[in-house]
Design a binder for this molecule. Sequence first.
Ligand code: ADP
Length: 258
Amino acid sequence: TREALFQAQKLDAIGKLTGGIAHDFNNLLNVITNGLSMLRHRSTEAETLRLVDSMEKAARRGASLTQQLLSFARQQPLKPEARDVGRLVMAFETVLRRAARSNVHFNVRVAPRLPAIMVDATQFETGLLNLVVNARDATPEGGTITISADVHELRDGELNNLPAGRYVVVSVQDTGTGMPPHVVAQAIEPFFTTKPPGKGTGLGLSQVYGLLQQSGGDLHIQSEVGKGTTVSMVFRALEESTSAVDAGHDELERVLVV
Ligand code: ADP
């Protein structure tokens, strides 16, 4: 659609712009960090050293932010391949579990015999991680985060502008704070964040959105303040079955479905 094309062009332009800025900014940070370390070696005064400490800390935070911007802007060519979502999720489960807090319940539910999807595996993992980090940030102690993967048969126009057909839906559901409608409306905008400075970049959901646009899918956000949020990645299902993509899935399922 025109809307999607516009969004993709916007993301592309922002990617190039931030890439340039992040790169130059990184070089400037290097100059500052080197200067600070010289100052540290030449000074013995406690007050100065304390100041140097806090400036170095700020520079490190700046460097980590530019790093995040760079990895967003680095538009590596995607390598979409026919993939079995169940396997991708399982292979990445430990990382996701670690990203979620230890004091929330963390469930993974993958439906058996999912159709394959076309996706770049690394981008998929990054996207899923972004969603889990968002869920973690919104969910208080004792809450629940559930990752699920299912197949859905959609009618024409049932979900946004997606054509009728089979879709694989990978969603991250949380029992967190939820989002008011105006936040939902802006959530996928690049740089939109409600998180404190240094914590959010506002690039997580726009990365996921970009990934889905490229895969002929869509992003769906359902949220209720005080109840929680479900963010779903909707992928077009391929005709071929997962068993054609890679064998051994049944074995994984036995581990999964409890
Ligand atoms: P960031 O996480 O860096 O803020 P995102 O693009 O991933 O950037 O998210 C944008 C905003 O959407 C967040 O700052 C938050 O306000 C809101 N959001 C995203 N996911 C959730 C969630 N699971 N629960 C509540 N709010 C969310």
